[in-house]
Design a protein around this ligand. Structure first.
Ligand code: TRP
Length: 361
């Protein structure tokens, strides 16, 4: 079987370091292994509209921001197909047929939908499109016969929903769709990178993000304002690692080679953590180290982004080419789906013959 990777992001803002360690970095690594026959990276604008219907301008403006972030991180249009969801209408058609295979109560039990309904105070007034977006996500994944879907933990319910639709479809209509596997981030810190304030999740509305395109002085300011251990007041005090944002970020970003480069007194992160727990290591020193690490990680991304920003028409061209390729692949899957569902009347010679015989005396 072909190995196909598919994943995507909603274009509701620039991407931040949470997106990076949660999925983006992994995608680029996987892309560069050359292990995949096909890679599809989708800007999920139609999904973004399910809860931004009154703000199309926001979605429109952020298409290029997300595309630039992708290219800056090293997604290569020669190796990965970058495309825009709304430009592949086959996805709507697939969603429409999958809707017959999912119950209302099943959607209501989807933890992501449930949580978002509460968070956004939608409750009774939830748009139908938003309510059914897990189904549309199943269409995104199955249209490309994805075998691997690298996403954050929050997307697990969507993958479960997709697998259920795949199983149901295949059992009712015959083996047609491919069962995808979720690929979660490598460690706890990458799974749930907190905002700089230590709050659960990085989010634009909480104003606690570090963006991939952030300038060096801003990164520094944000690192120095990070939440640590409020009980670690004097340098001699023993410090706590749990809930300490600076250490969580080090878990997500630090590489062994950064110690000889920026903090040669310590052999590795474990040694640094031990010293902090024991007492005698000040927050400032750890923050200075994290700042060096983040600057080293983000500098090449920012520089590449600026290069791509010089030719925005070329970025649109990449997305247009990618969307055309994506549509061709989705159209082939849709053809197979319609054949399995017996709604392929005009290219089913056996059907036409059978009907002719039925009406002949
Ligand atoms: N729901 C994803 C998010 O909020 C975006 C998305 C849409 C997606 N369709 C997808 C992710 C298909 C993986 C596969 O980030």
């Amino acid at each position: 079987m072909k190995k196909v990777m598919l994943t995507g992001d909603r274009p509701t803002g620039k991407l931040h370091v949470g997106h990076y360690v949660g999925s983006l970095r992994r995608r680029v690594e996987l892309q560069n292994t050359g292990d995949f026959d096909d890679i599809f990276i989708m800007i999920a604008d139609a999904q973004a509209l399910t809860d931004n219907a009154d703000n199309p301008e926001k979605v429109r403006q952020n298409i290029v921001e997300v595309a630039l972030d992708y290219l800056a991180c090293g997604l290569d249009p020669e190796k990965s197909t970058l495309f825009i969801q709304s430009q592949v209408p086959e996805l709507c058609e697939l969603s429409f047929y999958y809707m017959n295979l999912v119950t209302v109560s099943r959607l209501q039990r989807n933890p992501t939908v449930k949580a978002e309904i509460q968070m956004r105070n939608f409750e009774a007034s939830i748009p139908v499109g938003f309510f059914t977006y897990p189904i549309s996500q199943a269409a995104d994944i199955t249209a490309f016969k994805a075998t691997t879907v690298p996403v954050g933990e929050d997307q697990m319910p969507m993958l479960e929903q997709t697998k259920e639709i795949v199983h149901k479809f295949n059992s009712v209509y015959g083996e047609t769709l491919v069962d995808p596997k979720i690929l979660l981030p490598e460690n706890e810190a990458c799974m749930r990178l907190p905002g700089i304030d230590g709050k659960a999740k990085m989010s634009k509305s909480l104003n606690n993000c570090i963006y991939l395109s952030e300038e060096p002085e801003e990164i520094k300011k944000k690192v120095f304002s990070m939440f640590t251990d409020p009980m670690h007041i004097r340098i001699e005090d023993p410090g706590k690692l749990e809930g300490n944002t600076v250490f969580t970020y080090l878990d997500a970003f630090c590489r062994p080679e950064y110690f000889p480069e920026f903090l040669p007194e310590y052999a590795n992160l474990d040694e640094l953590k031990e010293h902090y727990k024991r007492g005698g290591l000040g927050d400032m020193k750890v923050k200075r180290f994290l700042n060096s690490v983040l600057q080293a990680e983000l500098e090449p991304i920012r520089t590449r982004r600026k290069e791509f920003q010089k030719d925005i028409p070329a970025v649109y061209e990449i997305l247009k080419k990618g969307s055309e390729k994506a549509e061709a692949v989705a159209a082939e899957t849709l053809r197979e789906v319609k054949a399995a569902m017996k709604i392929n009347y005009f290219d089913d010679m056996a059907l036409i013959k059978e009907q002719s015989e039925k009406f002949a005396e």
